[in-house]
Design a protein around this ligand. Structure first.
Ligand SMILES: [Zn+2]
Ligand SMILES: [Zn+2]
Length: 186
């Protein structure tokens, strides 16, 4: 299993990429980042093609991460199975990137530094990108009760009854009473 120190150096210098490009597969990657908890180690393949200073990377990545539901805060296993394609440009060339953003259809653009293509950085970025903006353990996760903190997927609580007498409900009752009063008044 690859350890983080060796993973960080895992990559290729720009001028070592042969004209025909390189492709290879990998497996059993688990030490990506302290923020990424791997459950099922990642495997996949990468294809690296150099076009001048631009490097096109395509590949496949699959495994699973432990993530935390944004609503109920429970951790759960999130499987990832992604095909990706990213264009790497030198970090110093920001104006080139602006051009790319204008011309590129939906091609993802990222950077490389010091003439080194870091496979580790590419895969780490893809992992982050493959996570949804809002992570939910299930579409209809009921979340936590805002009053007592009970996980409403597992238990129910009494707070929902209090919830019914929300300011709006109270107002409705008040209006009803008022109607009754005015009816009486007639
Ligand atoms: Zn949840
Ligand atoms: Zn509650």
């Amino acid at each position: 299993m690859e350890k983080l120190e060796s993973l960080i150096q895992w990559g290729i210098a720009l001028d070592e990429i042969p004209p025909e490009g390189i492709s290879f597969s990998f497996e059993n990657l688990s030490d990506f980042d302290n923020d990424l908890k791997v459950i099922k180690p990642f495997s996949g393949h990468l294809k690296i093609i150099k076009r001048g200073f631009e490097v096109e990377v395509s590949g496949h990545l699959e495994g699973s991460l432990e993530v935390i539901c944004d609503r109920c805060l429970e951790s759960f296993e999130y499987p990832i199975k992604e095909d990706f394609k990213v264009l790497l440009i030198p970090k110093a060339s920001l104006n080139i990137q602006e051009e790319k953003e204008l011309s590129a259809d939906d091609l993802e653009v990222s950077f490389y530094e010091n003439s080194f293509i870091s496979y580790y950085e590419i895969l780490k970025e893809e992992l982050y990108l493959s996570l949804p903006y809002r992570i939910l353990c299930k579409e209809d996760c009921k979340g936590l009760c805002p009053v007592c903190g009970t996980n409403l997927n597992k238990n129910s609580c009494q707070c929902a009854k209090i919830k019914k007498s929300s300011p709006f409900a109270v107002l409705k009752d008040f209006l009803k009473d008022k109607e009754k009063i005015s009816e009486k008044g007639v």
